[in-house]
Ligand binder design. Structure first.
Ligand code: ZN
Length: 298
């Protein structure tokens, strides 16, 4: 099931950001003014200027929250697919007070029974953009956080669906499209190598019909172990971004430093600590829960 984040441009030039699991139906509801109390009710006609699909509601919600914090100018740049302008705006972050009031968040002071504006026929209403929400260089911090939130949502699935250690990984190509994703499946697959990164690399290799994942960035919620780090070197992954460091088995600098070892003929660029707090909290809660089960009443 897919979940969408979308941006509508309203008749007065303002933007409305929302999320849904049924994009076409939700857009039709906005256009018909069928969503009670919604900001868009009095702001029609509307135009869908951006949409992106996610594999989980959590990931879509995080992306929606992130975009809602953006200034109107930044949303406009995203709607126009103007990555250069987006990059410039990202460097000059606007204070929150300027962002507020221009985010198109729902209002309650809507006019009841306002004349309904007809949608212009012939004008394209749907402009879905799949798998490329922001150009990778648009704003490195925003992009890394965006994909790490996706990986965190996959980590949640590891715990929720399989009762595995919550680690998630997603691989994104140079164009910003997802080529593989996965989460820890050691216990359920009876497979000591089924770490989230390996699962994601297997999917990516199959998708690209290539054992080399040139130009790809791998996002993972926990610092890779030695096995995964070496698999990344073999796969020629360009960059690894991880969240929480692993002081016991981490191979991206904590215990070993395999990704940057000059003796390999391929080196992987590494960024650590992106949303580390959120990833660490999930791991701590998981292990606390496990310990609690083993020692009832302790
Ligand atoms: Zn590993």
């Amino acid at each position: 099931m897919a979940f969408y984040v979308y941006i509508l441009r309203c008749a007065d030039g303002s933007y409305y950001t929302g999320h849904t699991d049924d994009l076409e139906r939700r857009i039709a509801q906005h256009e018909a003014g069928e969503i009670p109390g919604c900001y868009t009710h009095a702001k029609r006609p509307l135009k869908l200027v951006f949409s992106q699909d996610f594999s989980s509601r959590d990931a879509a919600l995080e992306s929606e929250r992130q975009i809602k914090r953006w200034s109107r100018a930044k949303k406009q740049a995203l709607a126009d697919h103007d990555w250069g302008r987006l990059r410039g705006l990202a460097r000059n972050r606007q204070p929150l007070t300027e962002v507020r009031g221009s985010t198109g968040s729902p209002r309650t002071d809507l006019l009841k029974g306002s004349p309904r504006m007809e949608l212009k026929h012939g004008e394209p209403q749907m402009a879905p953009v799949r798998g490329e929400p922001v150009e990778p260089q648009a704003d490195a911090e925003d992009v890394d956080e965006h994909w790490m939130r996706h990986a965190l949502a996959l980590a949640d699935r590891a715990e929720r669906d399989d009762d595995e250690i919550p680690v998630g990984a997603v691989i994104v190509d140079a164009q910003g499209a997802i080529v593989g994703e996965g989460w820890n499946r050691n216990i359920s697959e009876h497979d000591p190598s089924a770490h989230a990164e390996i699962v994601a690399m297997r999917v990516a290799g199959a998708n690209r019909r290539n054992h080399r994942l040139l130009g790809c960035t791998l996002y993972v919620t926990l610092e890779p172990c030695a096995m995964c780090a070496m698999a990344m070197v073999h796969a020629r992954i360009a960059r690894v971004v991880y969240a929480a460091a692993d002081p016991k088995t981490g191979a991206a600098g904590s215990v070993f430093d395999l990704l940057a070892d000059p003796r390999h003929n391929h080196r992987v660029e590494v960024s650590g600590g992106v949303l580390a707090g959120e990833a660490g909290a999930r791991l701590k809660a998981y292990f606390r829960r496990k310990r609690g089960k083993r020692k009832p009443g302790a």
